[in-house]
Design a protein around this ligand. Structure first.
Ligand SMILES: CC(C)(COP(=O)(O)OP(=O)(O)OC[C@H]1O[C@@H](n2cnc3c(N)ncnc32)[C@H](O)[C@@H]1OP(=O)(O)O)[C@@H](O)C(=O)NCCC(=O)NCCS
Ligand SMILES: CC(=O)OP(=O)(O)O
Length: 333
């Protein structure tokens, strides 16, 4: 069974309610049809009921069975305004601003739905930049207890690939932290390992990626990753992690053996941690497009409740996949 079929089977066992705020995007409607067929989630779509119905009709998508919530006539609107003011008062939030945001910014409204326990998860980002999709979640939901940093990863499923877990990898961070320091990189490594275990069900082997393998190059960029590896080993003694490693040494057994002799991760890594967001974001897109890999994400980790982003280049089937992943995260939240 493929990675995503496995996740969909898990989601189906205990469906959760997922909010989709992007009713203006055609792909949302096609994704809903897929989710209803997969039976992986109950869906709440944010939007005006008439507009939604007419768009669904125009696209020929049968979305009967989902709930449409229009902030303009939502029965708990005033309670949401009060809560948003309470949460963000110190940052200058007023009742007027909160009303305006909750009426017009459906992403923030969706985030409030999970904050207020009216839904279990959110998937957004098909037509919002990642910054606009993620910022309200960071501001309102905050980090999960015991977590220092929210970060974002992709599940990459590479076809006909003998590396990683039969071609399945976690790539982190590909979407949120632009220039993490060594402490933050170590935290991203630990969260990504936990996400891999949760979603793939296999023990993670984490490679801290660099342009150097075990001191083969000298530069401050290399020192940052070597230090992150040291911190990760010290802070998370049960974590199977090694670095710094080049990408080939991390996943190809013969190259791992020759470049990083004695490493128990080199050549077998299934969780790849990139030194910064340039590397992570560029690399996932190249593997997706040149390697014809499935790329599910950006999935957020370390946040108090499940909310996940999408690339603006996503397909309807990517959205349906991320919905199923969000359900599995919600089952474990
Ligand atoms: C996500 C992002 C927008 C947040 O940065 P920002 O808009 O400048 O916002 P701030 O730094 O003011 O942070 C907003 C809030 O989130 C919190 N926050 C920011 N980054 C965080 C992180 N990694 N973990 C936990 N909390 C975080 C801040 O503490 C702040 O909380 P507060 O408002 O209660 O004080 C920014 O990190 C970003 O643009 N990342 C790259 C996104 C991107 O373009 N990715 C590429 C395509 S996927
Ligand atoms: C994850 C990502 O790169 O998002 P976008 O393609 O929307 O910028």
């Amino acid at each position: 069974m493929s990675f995503i079929d496995n996740v969909k089977a898990k989601a189906k066992e205990n469906k959760k309610t997922i909010v989709l705020p992007e009713s203006e995007d055609d792909r949302t409607y096609h994704a809903i049809v897929q989710v209803l067929k997969d039976q992986t989630a109950d869906i709440i779509l944010i939007g005006n009921k008439e507009t939604v119905d007419s768009k669904a009709k125009e696209l020929g998508t049968d979305i009967a069975g989902i709930k449409v919530v229009d902030p303009a006539n939502f029965e708990k609107f005033d309670a949401y305004v009060d809560k948003l003011v309470e949460l963000r008062q110190k940052k200058g939030m007023t009742p007027e601003k909160a009303k305006d945001i909750l009426l017009n910014d459906y992403v923030t409204f969706a985030v409030m739905m999970i904050k207020m326990d009216d839904a279990d998860g959110v998937v957004t980002g098909a037509c919002h930049s990642s910054a606009d999709a993620i910022r309200p979640a960071l501001q309102i939901l905050k980090t999960a207890p015991g977590t220092e940093l929210v970060s974002a990863f992709f599940i990459m499923d590479v076809p006909n690939c003998e590396y990683g877990e039969n071609g399945v990898f976690v790539f982190g961070d590909c979407a949120l932290n632009q220039d993490p320091d060594s402490e933050q990189l170590a935290a991203i490594a630990n969260s990504s390992a936990n996400s891999f275990r949760q979603l793939v069900g296999v023990e993670p082997q984490v490679a801290m990626l660099s342009h150097s393998t075990m001191g083969s190059a000298k530069h401050a960029l290399v020192d940052k990753v070597a230090e992150a590896t040291r911190i990760a080993k010290e802070k998370y003694p049960d974590l199977k992690v090694d670095g710094e490693l080049q990408a080939d040494a991390s996943i190809v057994p013969s190259i791992g053996e020759s470049k990083a002799k004695g490493s128990d991760v080199a050549g077998h890594a299934n969780v790849l941690i990139f030194p910064n967001l340039d590397a992570g974001n560029i690399c996932y897109k190249l593997v997706q497009r040149l390697g014809k890999a499935e790329a599910y994400g950006p999935i957020l980790q370390g946040i108090a409740k499940p909310i996940n982003d999408l690339s603006r280049g996503c397909s309807a089937s990517d959205i349906a996949g991320v919905v199923a992943i969000t359900v599995v995260q919600a089952q474990n939240n």
